[in-house]
Design a protein around this ligand. Structure first.
Ligand code: NAG
Length: 151
């Protein structure tokens, strides 16, 4: 049970509403991706994360990423979501964006954090993706599942 997201609305790349509990149920790894279209270092990280995510999905790995966008316009959020992997996002203007920036202590973006389904922070995972995501995606995922399971 993805408690943190149960009954909470997320959106997909088409701006369709998705129930967070359904979308994250059974995922072994849940990650929050704090990012924004205006952020230059995010533009460098996003393609790496997209390739990593797509490699894992193709390998049948149970991972989901939720974008927590600091974009100031809804159009920017949606466009950035489209440019990323086929992951989900907290809708524009949702109070959870500010809440999560505080709760997970995100002074700067991009930040990529593994959490469990109760919402506890497990691991700051940006460096793993940057350093090993290209060549060792499945090994990185398997290590995460061992050390930082979502449930
Ligand atoms: C996205 O979906 C929301 C909620 O359904 C809607 O209010 C908004 O206008 C949509 N935005 C775009 C750009 O389609």
């Amino acid at each position: 049970m993805a408690d943190l997201f149960a009954g909470k609305r997320l959106i997909n790349q088409k701006n369709e509403s998705v129930d967070g509990g359904d979308a994250l149920r059974g995922k072994k790894i849940i990650a929050l991706y704090f990012s924004a279209m205006w952020c230059g270092s995010c533009r460098q990280f996003t393609p790496k994360l997209k390739r990593f995510y797509e490699t894992l999905k193709a390998a049948g790995k149970e991972i989901e990423v939720v974008l927590v966008s600091r974009d100031r316009e809804e159009e920017d959020l949606l466009e950035y979501l489209e440019h990323g992997g086929d992951w989900l996002a907290i809708p524009f203007g949702d109070d959870r964006i500010q809440e999560y920036l505080k709760k997970y202590e995100v002074p700067t973006i991009p930040a990529f954090k593994l959490i469990n389904d109760a919402g506890d922070l497990l691991h700051d995972a940006r460096a793993d993706v940057t350093e090993r995501g290209k060549d060792d995606a499945v090994a990185v995922f398997d290590e995460w599942v061992e050390k930082y399971p979502a449930n």
